[in-house]
Design a protein around this ligand. Structure first.
Ligand code: ATP
Ligand code: MG
Length: 571
């Protein structure tokens, strides 16, 4: 594990939630062994970086304080088995570096216990069977300014409620014909307290419990029970549940639960230049705007992984954003910078020519190859050096030559010298063009005295360019990714418009004829490197092989968007 990776696992950032846990330990309310959190995804999509924030918090707190964290699939809604989501959630959490306690838990495993608890509430006169339809219930809920209207079925006897609830469970009533509701207060200023529905009837098979149940619990009723049954001490969720917290507590109050969990809310993570809702991400996949859930432009954990993000960079990013009660949008540049900082330390440097232009060094013997020393990572001396071939034919970047140089152009031009990285000074003598006038080759001479990059007579050249020797080079495919959306908040669209209109049409450019050092082809998939002067790249997790190297661009060396924005602002 690298130093930065290590930091992301051990440094304990502090925040109000960690303060609460610390107080609970200091006051003796809990011992470290008691501390238990949970991460409760609904297995209906892939995890995204927002989930990663919740994961780092839930698992991180358990780890830091000596407790445990459960992974619980929140499968209270019936539906098809979705093995794909279930598997990917586990794989992504493990990749992020976290371990859940024991087996994966399922909310549906608690259906029998939830049913028993509902009976307790009925017996205490705290719940009743309502014959109103969903529409009627909605219509009689009132508004924040007006109280709701009590259901005509609200004052049924306990016996009648017990009987009806049992018959609901036994499947005697059709979908939507009855609900079980908590009997609280139809005039409460908090609408969540206006006799919330606890169970609805749905004759639909469940992915795990099959046809065993035709009543399904609602989130507010179910969640606190799941937490209690697992011995969760701190139930961390996003801010939109703050207003549900009193209800979470109300449901647990009358039940024989010795130790009540405490719900604590924190702000969601939102990122600029992307969308985060599962529904929108699903649309991007289904409508083929991206190649799949793991497309390197997606904010999903597997998309970020394929893009070249490391688990440590994601953990460090989450730590740097911090845990607060304020909703906001985080600049995706911060995420990119966190990774850039890590890769600057960790990634070996190589040379790759994205848009090759052939250079023939006319005074270099034909068929001769010599080996030059190149430093692998100037930030990390222990990464050592490697030998790179030099010969009569090399490739340079098309952009690194200009026949008519603009002012302050220090790269190659006719009659001027430039330094080849780790190599010699070369001078361009002649430009070879095709019939259409395109430059197809440069004929240059080298100065044999300048091996290693310095002239013995002390003459200076300002420019240093990267290059690759032609006979040893491998040819690679490079996918240059950019941000998926061209505006910072793609979700914000005028009436009648769609967020997909904000997609960046240039978010993927595929280069098929990239000349790379042969050593790059031999790297294992998911190896991360710097292409000198170009940026950071990763060998694709699935498509890369020695025979057919494929690299994805992770990020540039600098934040190019900051520059563009500045330029647009006229700076
Ligand atoms: P979406 O709105 O994208 O469908 P969700 O909240 O319905 O997401 P769940 O699978 O229910 O998705 O989420 C599991 C956990 O992850 C929840 O505890 C939720 O609070 C948390 N979570 C989801 N999105 C974010 C986010 N953007 N930032 C922080 N935590 C999040
Ligand atoms: Mg949810």
């Amino acid at each position: 594990m690298s130093e930065l990776e290590e930091k992301s696992m051990t440094s304990a950032p502090t925040d109000f939630i960690r303060d609460i846990v610390r107080e609970d330990l200091a006051s003796g309310k809990y011992t470290p062994d008691d501390i238990r959190t949970r991460f409760p995804p609904e297995p209906n999509g892939y995890l995204h970086i927002g989930h990663a924030k919740a994961i780092c918090l839930d698992f991180g707190i358990a780890k830091e304080f000596g407790g445990k964290c459960n992974l619980r699939m929140d499968d209270t809604n019936p539906g098809k088995e979705d093995r794909e989501y279930y598997d990917s959630i586990q794989e992504d959490i493990a990749w992020l570096g976290y371990e859940w306690d024991g087996e994966v838990k399922f909310a549906s495993d608690y259906f029998p216990k939830m049913y028993e608890f509902a009976i307790i509430l009925i017996k205490k006169g705290l719940a009743y069977v309502d014959d109103q339809s969903a529409e009627e219930i909605r219509a009689t809920r009132g508004t924040p300014f007006e109280p709701g209207k009590e259901s005509p079925w609200r004052n049924r006897s306990v016996e009648e409620n017990l009987d009806l609830f049992e018959r609901m469970k036994n499947g005697e009533f059709p979908n939507g014909s009855k609900t079980l509701r908590a009997k609280i207060d139809m005039a409460n200023p908090n609408i969540n307290f206006r006799d919330p529905v606890m169970y609805r009837i749905l004759h639909e098979a469940h992915q795990r419990t099959g046809n065993q149940w035709c009543i399904y619990p609602m989130y507010d009723w179910a969640h606190g029970l799941e937490d209690s049954l697992e011995g969760v001490t701190h139930s961390l969720c996003t801010l939109e549940f703050e207003i549900h917290r009193p209800l979470y507590n109300w449901f647990l109050e009358p039940l024989p639960i010795p130790r009540k969990p405490r719900q604590i809310e924190f702000s969601r993570l939102n990122l600029t230049y992307t969308v985060m809702s599962k529904r929108k991400l699903l649309r991007l996949v289904q409508e083929k705007f991206v190649s799949g859930w793991d497309d390197p432009r997606m904010p999903t954990v597997r998309g970020l992984r394929r893009r070249g993000y490391t688990p440590g960079s994601i953990r460090n990013f989450v730590a740097s954003v911090g845990i607060t009660k304020f909703n906001g949008v985080t600049d995706v540049g911060i995420l990119e910078n966190t990774l850039r900082e890590e890769l600057n330390h960790e990634a070996s440097r190589y040379m790759a020519v994205l848009h090759p232009l052939k250079v023939v060094i006319t005074n270099y013997p034909e068929g001769q190859i010599e080996w030059l020393d190149a430093v692998n990572n100037p930030e990390k001396p222990e990464a050592g050096t490697r030998q790179i071939p030099f010969g009569r034919e090399i490739y340079i970047e098309q952009d690194d030559f200009k026949e008519i140089p603009p002012p302050k152009y220090f790269r190659l031009t006719v009659g001027k010298e430039v330094r080849l990285r780790w190599g010699y000074f070369i001078k361009c003598d002649e430009v070879v063009k095709d019939d259409a006038g395109n430059i197809v080759e440069l004929r240059c001479t080298y100065d044999p005295e300048t091996r290693g990059g310095n002239a013995p007579d002390g003459r200076k050249v300002k420019g240093t360019i990267h290059w690759v020797e032609a006979s040893h080079a491998a040819t690679a495919t490079v996918r240059e990714y950019d941000r998926l959306f061209q505006v910072p908040e793609p979700d914000v669209v005028p009436e009648g418009h769609d967020f997909t209109e904000n997609l960046n049409p240039d978010s993927l450019r595929v280069l098929e004829d990239v000349k790379i050092e042969a050593g790059l082809a031999k790297l294992a998939p998911e190896s991360r490197v710097q292409f000198e002067r170009q940026g950071y790249f990763v060998a694709d997790r699935y498509d890369h092989s020695e025979a057919k190297p494929v690299f994805n661009k992770i990020v540039g060396l600098k934040d190019s968007w900051a520059k563009i924005v500045q330029k647009e602002a006229g700076k």
